[in-house]
Ligand binder design. Structure first.
Ligand SMILES: [Mg+2]
Length: 251
C-alpha cells in the first residue's frame, strides 16, 4: 500500500473548519491501515499543536507521528548541508521545536543561521536583528516560500514574502525548502524511510502540492476543495494524476 502525503489547509480543513469528506477519508485510511503523513508548509505549530488543532475539529486517531512540517524539513536540511548549530529564528513554537529536536542551539548573538518561518508577531526590531546576523555571515534558511497566506475572505502576508525581504536586503537567496521544492519531500522520505514510488501526494494547490509531485516523479491527486479548480489545471498546465471533488471518492 502506498503512503499518502497529505496537505492540510484546503485539503483537510479550512482555517479551523473541517472539509466535508476529510474525516471519513482519514478514518478509512486508519481502518485499512494505509499509512499517511500530513506534509505541510505551515511551520507555525508544534507537533502537539497540530494534533490538537485537528482533534478539536473532530478528527480522531491523529498522532504526532503523522506530521512533517516545513520547519522540520528546514532544520534537517540545514543540519545536513551547512556547518554550525547556533540558530537565530523568526517564527513560532513549531520552528523552535523543530530546531531544538534537530540539535540546534537557539541564540541571540553570533548566529550561524537565521531561520525564517512565519511569525505573526514579527516586528521591525526582530527583522533588523536577523539582518544584523545575516550581514555578519549567518546563513539564511526560509522554511517555505508561500507569497500569500489565505484567511477567511482574503490573504495575509505569507512567509515567502518575508524571506524575499531578507534575500533582497542581503542580495543572496535562501535555499528553497517547502513545497513545491524538493527538499521537503526528500527530508520527509529520509525521515520516514520511504521511497518516492511508494508515495502519493494529495493536495488542493497545483502550484505547491501537485507541482512537487510532477517535478519529482511522485504520483499526485488534486482535490478541488481548496485554492484551485479543474479549470486551473489547463491554465497552469500542471497535471495531477487524478482529480477528485471530494476525498470520499478515494475510499
Ligand atoms: Mg493546501
Amino acid at each position: 500500500m502506498k503512503t499518502y502525503l497529505i496537505d492540510l489547509d484546503g485539503t483537510m480543513y479550512r482555517g479551523s473548519q473541517i472539509i466535508p469528506g476529510a474525516k471519513e477519508f482519514i478514518d478509512a485510511l486508519l481502518a485499512r491501515k494505509q499509512p499517511f503523513v500530513f506534509l505541510t508548509n505551515n511551520a507555525k505549530r508544534t507537533l502537539a499543536q497540530n494534533v490538537e488543532h485537528m482533534v478539536n475539529m473532530g478528527f480522531t486517531g491523529i498522532e504526532e507521528k503523522h506530521f512533517f512540517t516545513s520547519a522540520m524539513a528546514a532544520a534537517r536540511y540545514a543540519a545536513a548541508h551547512y556547518e554550525g548549530n547556533k540558530a537565530y529564528y523568526i517564527g513560532q513554537d513549531g520552528l523552535k521545536e523543530a530546531l531544538l529536536n534537530c540539535g540546534f542551539t537557539l541564540c541571540e548573538e553570533q548566529a550561524d543561521f537565521v531561520f525564517v518561518g512565519l511569525d505573526v508577531e514579527g516586528t521591525y526590531e526582530k527583522y533588523s536583528k536577523a539582518l544584523e546576523h545575516l550581514l555578519h555571515g549567518a546563513q539564511l534558511i526560509g522554511t517555505n516560500n508561500d507569497r500569500l497566506l489565505a484567511k477567511p475572505g482574503g490573504f495575509n502576508v505569507g512567509n515567502g514574502s518575508i524571506v524575499a525581504m531578507f534575500e533582497y536586503a542581503i542580495g543572496k537567496p535562501s535555499p528553497k525548502i517547502g513545497k513545491p521544492y524538493a527538499p521537503i519531500l526528500e527530508e520527509a522520505l529520509k525521515y520516514f524511510g520511504l521511497k518516492k514510488e511508494d508515495c502519493i501526494l494529495l493536495g488542493d494547490n497545483l502550484e505547491t502540492d501537485i507541482l512537487l509531485g510532477v517535478d519529482n516523479g511522485v504520483e499526485s491527486i488534486m482535490v478541488t476543495s481548496g485554492v484551485h479548480s479543474k479549470e486551473d489545471v489547463e491554465r497552469l498546465q500542471i497535471y495531477p494524476n487524478r482529480i477528485v471533488e471530494d476525498l470520499r471518492e478515494l475510499i
